[in-house]
Design a protein around this ligand. Structure first.
Ligand code: 5GP
Length: 171
């Protein structure tokens, strides 16, 4: 197999520093509950939280959507739920990539129904070509072309998450 580097490590580092600075400014010292959507976002999330200079609480959620063609929200299966209540909290959901937007649009509705004080979304990548369920991305790492990418948390068959860069899988 070969992997072509698509977003190099240094570019990722500097972009995440910028995102962290923006988030720090926006939350202005207030506590924020960071929700990492498993599995892919754990690498992005761990680098991002170390660039945020506000008190953070990190939570994890596992979710799978019921597939394409499901238009309504609420059709998401929470495979691992949060360990704490987000009622009245500032919430920042952290995702690896928004592709069709299905998972995130469903998940955001579930979290909104729990009445947080605010809810925002940070996504490392966004692939606009395939978007079907628009979601507001408040903090975006990179917009990418319609390519299947791996590395920096993103997998192919469970592998390649450990790559420090984003690559395009060449088979
Ligand atoms: P969505 O619900 O937005 O269609 O799906 C998002 C999920 O699909 C991501 O969390 C990720 O697991 C997977 N996904 C979408 N595009 C890619 C890609 O280019 N590479 C990898 N490795 N996973 C992707």
């Amino acid at each position: 197999m070969s992997v072509e580097v698509y977003i190099p490590e240094e570019k990722i580092k500097s972009r995440i520093k910028e995102l962290g600075e923006q988030i720090t400014k926006d939350y202005n010292g207030e506590e924020v509950v960071i929700i990492a959507v498993l599995n892919g976002s754990f690498v992005f999330c761990s680098d991002l939280i170390r660039q945020i200079k506000c008190p953070v609480i990190v939570e994890f959620v596992g979710a799978s959507s019921y597939g394409e063609g499901v238009e309504s929200s609420g059709n998401v299966k929470i495979t691992m739920d949060l360990k704490r209540d987000i009622l009245g909290k500032h919430v920042l959901v952290v995702e690896d990539i928004v592709d069709t937007g299905l998972t995130l649009s469903n998940l955001l509705e579930v979290f909104k129904s729990r009445k947080p004080k605010s809810i925002k979304l940070a996504s490392f990548l966004f692939k606009p070509a395939r978007l079907k369920h628009p979601v507001p991305i408040n903090y975006l790492g990179f917009e990418i072309e319609d390519k299947f990418v791996i590395g920096y948390g993103l997998d192919y068959g469970g592998k390649y998450r450990e790559l420090p860069y984003v690559g395009v899988y060449k088979g």
